[in-house]
Write a protein that binds this ligand. Structure first.
Ligand SMILES: Cc1ncc(C[n+]2csc(CCOP(=O)(O)OP(=O)(O)O)c2C)c(N)n1
Ligand SMILES: [Mg+2]
Length: 675
C-alpha cells in the first residue's frame, strides 16, 4: 500500500470536502461521509475497477451508495479520482442545476450507477446488478475469454439494514449465491432519532445475513486500513456467497464534539466545529475546499482506469476474433433493443375468441423470446397467475443463469432488483410481475423506475374487481389512478388480446422510462378489428374504436370495460338513434403526449356528454369527462363473489351504462331547451 502519510492526507481531504460542501450548502449529511472516508478512499483508489474517463465502460465494477444521504462522500471520491465532476460542483452541492444533488441521481452525475436515497433501494439494486453480471457472464464468456467479470460494491447504513426491502434482496442474493457482491454495513450505531439501542439494538445483522447465505466479516474500526483491506480481499476471494463486511465507525469522526451524535447525521456541523475538526486533523481551519496537489496526484485514477479498460478491450478483441457471432449478439443487446424482426413476430389474435389479456401477454412473450435474448424477469411467486414466463428459458439459480427469476414472495425487492437489472446495461427490458393489487408492495421501486427513467416493464395482472371470489383484499380499486399519478410512468390497460400485443410493443420500444401493463385475469372478447379501429391506435394512448354518426355522446373506457362500453354504445345508437362514439383509452400518458389536434379529434371539445367506464375509482376521470360528464366507477372496496356478480352489483352492466349515458343526454337536452 501507499505511504501512510499520503493515505491519511487523502482521507482527510475527503473529510474536509464533505464538511465544507455541507457547510456551504447549509444542508446535507456530513457525519457519515466523514466517518467513511477511509472506506471510500480504499475502494476508489484500490479495489474498484473503474475508469473515470469512461464511467460507462461495460465491465467496470459497480459501486452503489445505498446510504444515499451520504452522497457527498461519493461526490468527493469521484472528484478526487478524476471523474468529470469539478471542484466547482462540490461547491454547488445541493443547488439548482448542479451535478451534486442532495441524493445521488443516476444519469445526472458521472459515476452514479443508480439513484438512491430511499433507504434499502440501493442494496436491492446492487443485487440486480449482480444477477445481470452473472447472466451476461454465462451467456457471453467463453473458456479463456472472460469479458464479463466484475463486482458490485455497496455501502449500506443502519437504515438500509432496517428496511425490509434489503432483507428481501439479501435473501435473493443468498439463494442465488451472488458471490460478486461485496457489501459494507456502516455499523455506526446512530440513526436520526439517536442511538440504535432504541430501535435496532437486539438484532445481530451480521448473523441474520449469514443465516441467509452470506459470507460475513467484521472490521472493528474503519480507520484500520490494513484490516479493512484484508476484509475486502477476503470478500473478493469468496466467490460462492455474497459478502457483507460489518464496519464499525463513528459518525462525524474526527470532529471533537459532533462525533457519535445523531445531529451529525443530517445537519452542517457549524463553522466552529468544522474548524475544530480541521485542527484535529492538522489542517488550516481558515481554508476550505482544499485539495493538496499531492492528494490530487495520489488519488487520480486516470492511468489505472485506462489500463484496466485497455486490458479489457484487448480481451474483447481476442474474444471477438474467436467468436464473431457472440460479439455480434453482444453488440445487439447493448443497443437496448430487441433483434430486428420482432415487431413482425408479434402475434395477431383472431376475433371472436375470448382471451384474458394475461394469457395474450403470455403468447406475446413467447413470440418475443428469440428476439430478446437478455430479457429476464419473473414474478413474486405468481408465475402461474401472471403468465409471465419465458417457456423453456430456464430458471435462474446459483448454478445456472436462466431467464426466469423466482423472486419469491418479495415484491418490493423484485421491483428494486429489476431496476438494477435495467441499470446494469446489456439486459433488454427486464420485468417484474405480480397481482395488480400488490403493486403497492413494490411502489417505491416503481416510483424510482419512473424518476430514474429506467427501461423496465411492470406486468400486473388480475387488474380489477374481475378477480372475483378472492374479494376486496385482492381487488385493486385505487391502483390505476394512483399509478397514473406517478410522473413518467406509462400505465397501459389493454382492452383485448390485440391491444395487449401493441401494449407490449410500446413497452419494448420505450427507452426513457418504465411501462406498466395492467392485464385481466378474466377472459375478454377479442374485438373484431374488421369493423372496429385497429388495435395500433393504442400507440396514441386513446383512439376512436367505433362510432355511429356524428357523436353526441362519448363513452371512454379502458381494459375490460371497453367491450362493455361498446355494447352499451351500440345499444344506445340502435335503440335511441343517438350519435355515439366509443373511445378505447388504454394509456393516458401516451394520449396526453399527442398533439392537441389529435386529442380534439378523439374528444371533440363541443361534445360534452361524456361517460367514462373503468372498474376503478372515479377520481381523475374529470380530466376527460369534464364538468358535464359522469363516470361509471368503483368508489368503494370490492367484494368477494363470482366476478360477474361483483360487476353487476357495482353497476357494470350494459343496462347501467346505457342508463347513466341516457341521463347525461337528458341533461344535455334540457340544457339545450333552457338556452
Ligand atoms: C425509506 C426511507 N425512510 C426514511 C428516510 C429518511 N432517512 C434518511 S437517513 C435515515 C436514517 C439515518 O440513519 P442511518 O441509516 O444509520 O444513517 P447514518 O446516519 O448512520 O448515516 C432516515 C430515517 C429515507 N431516506 N428513506
Ligand atoms: Mg447509522
Amino acid at each position: 500500500m501507499a505511504g501512510a502519510e499520503i493515505q491519511q492526507q487523502s482521507i482527510d481531504t475527503i473529510r474536509t470536502l464533505a464538511m465544507d460542501a455541507v457547510q456551504q450548502a447549509n444542508a446535507g449529511h456530513p457525519g457519515t461521509a466523514m466517518a467513511l472516508a477511509p472506506l471510500a478512499y480504499l475502494l476508489y483508489t484500490k479495489h474498484l475497477r473503474h475508469n473515470p474517463a469512461d464511467p460507462s465502460w461495460p465491465d467496470r465494477d459497480r459501486f452503489v451508495l445505498s446510504a444515499g444521504h451520504a452522497c457527498i462522500l461519493q461526490y468527493s471520491a469521484l472528484h478526487l479520482t478524476g471523474y468529470d465532476l469539478p471542484l466547482e460542483q462540490l461547491k454547488r452541492f445541493r443547488q439548482w442545476g448542479s451535478l451534486t444533488p442532495g441524493h445521488p441521481e443516476h444519469g445526472l452525475t458521472p459515476g452514479i450507477e443508480t439513484t438512491t436515497g430511499p433507504l434499502g433501494q440501493g442494496f436491492a439494486n446492487g443485487v440486480g446488478f449482480a444477477l445481470a453480471e452473472r447472466f451476461l457472464a454465462e451467456r457471453f464468456n467463453r473458456p479463456h475469454h472472460e469479458v464479463v467479470d466484475h463486482r458490485v460494491y455497496a455501502i449500506c447504513s443502519d437504515g438500509d439494514m432496517m428496511e425490509g426491502v434489503s432483507n428481501e434482496a439479501a435473501s435473493v442474493a443468498g439463494q442465488n449465491g451472488l458471490g460478486k457482491l461485496v457489501y459494507f454495513y456502516d455499523d455506526n450505531r446512530i440513526t436520526i432519532d439517536g442511538t440504535t439501542s432504541v430501535s435496532f439494538g437486539i438484532e445481530d445483522r451480521g448473523a441474520r445475513l449469514a443465516a441467509e447465505g452470506w459470507h460475513v466479516q467484521h472490521v472493528a474500526d474503519v480507520n484500520d486500513l490494513a484490516a479493512l483491506d484484508a476484509a475486502i480481499e477476503a470478500a473478493k476471494a469468496e466467490t460462492a456467497r455474497p459478502s457483507l463486511i460489518v464496519v464499525r465507525s463513528h459518525i462525524a469522526y474526527p470532529a471533537p464534539h459532533a462525533v457519535d451524535t445523531a445531529k451529525a447525521h443530517g445537519a452542517p456541523l457549524g463553522a466552529a466545529e468544522v474548524a475544530a475538526a480541521k485542527e484535529a486533523m492538522g489542517w488550516d481551519p481558515e481554508r476550505s475546499f482544499v485539495v493538496p496537489d499531492e492528494v490530487a496526484a495520489h488519488m487520480a485514477q486516470a492511468e489505472r482506469g485506462a489500463a484496466l479498460q485497455r486490458d479489457w478491450e484487448a480481451r474483447v478483441e481476442a474474444w471477438s476474433a474467436a467468436f464473431p457471432e457472440v460479439r455480434a449478439d453482444w453488440d445487439q443487446v447493448h443497443t437496448g433493443r430487441p433483434r430486428p424482426g420482432w415487431v413482425e413476430a408479434l402475434p395477431e389474435f383472431p376475433a371472436g375468441e375470448d382471451v384474458a389479456t394475461r394469457d395474450a401477454g403470455r403468447a406475446v412473450m413467447q413470440a418475443l423470446r428469440p428476439f430478446t435474448p437478455t430479457m429476464v424477469g419473473g414474478a413474486a411467486d405468481l408465475v402461474a397467475s401472471t403468465q409471465t414466463e419465458f417457456v423453456g428459458g430456464g430458471l435462474f439459480s446459483a448454478t445456472h443463469a436462466g431467464r426466469n427469476i423466482a423472486f419469491g414472495i418479495r415484491e418490493h425487492a423484485m421491483g428494486a432488483i429489476v431496476n438494477g437489472l435495467a441499470l446494469h446495461g446489456g439486459m433488454v427490458k427486464p420485468y417484474g410481475s405480480t397481482f395488480f393489487v400488490f403493486s403497492d408492495y413494490m411502489r417505491p421501486a416503481v416510483r424510482l423506475s419512473a424518476l430514474g427513467h429506467y427501461p423496465v416493464v411492470w406486468v400486473w395482472t388480475h387488474d380489477s374487481i374481475g378477480v372475483g371470489e378472492d374479494g376486496p383484499t385482492h381487488q385493486p380499486v385505487e391502483h390505476l389512478m394512483s399509478l397514473r399519478a406517478i410522473p413518467n410512468l406509462w400505465l397501459v390497460r389493454p382492452c383485448d388480446a390485440n391491444e395487449t400485443a401493441v401494449a407490449w410493443k410500446v413497452a419494448l420500444e420505450r427507452e426513457d422510462g418504465p411501462v406498466a401493463l395492467a392485464l385481466s385475469r378474466q377472459k375478454l372478447p377479442t374485438l373484431d378489428r374488421t369493423e372496429l379501429a385497429p388495435a395500433a391506435g393504442l400507440e396514441r394512448g386513446a383512439y376512436t374504436l367505433w362510432e355511429s354518426g356524428a357523436p353526441e355522446l362519448i363513452l371512454l373506457a379502458t381494459g375490460s370495460e371497453v367491450s362493455l362500453a361498446l355494447e352499451a354504445g351500440r345499444k344506445l345508437a340502435a335503440d335511441n338513434g343517438v350519435g355515439v362514439r366509443v373511445v378505447s383509452m388504454p394509456c393516458w400518458e401516451l394520449f396526453e403526449a399527442q398533439p392537441q389536434a389529435y386529442r380534439d379529434e378523439v374528444l371533440p371539445p363541443d361534445v360534452r356528454a361524456r361517460l367514462s367506464v373503468e372498474a376503478g375509482v372515479s377520481l381523475g376521470w374529470e380530466r376527460w369527462v369534464g364538468l358535464d360528464g359522469d363516470s361509471v366507477a368503483v368508489d368503494r372496496f370490492g367484494a368477494s363473489a363470482p366476478a360477474p356478480t361483483v360487476f353487476e352489483q357495482l353497476g357494470f352492466t350494459v343496462d347501467d351504462v346505457v342508463a347513466r349515458a341516457a341521463a347525461l343526454l337528458r341533461v344535455e337536452a334540457m340544457e339545450g331547451e333552457l338556452h
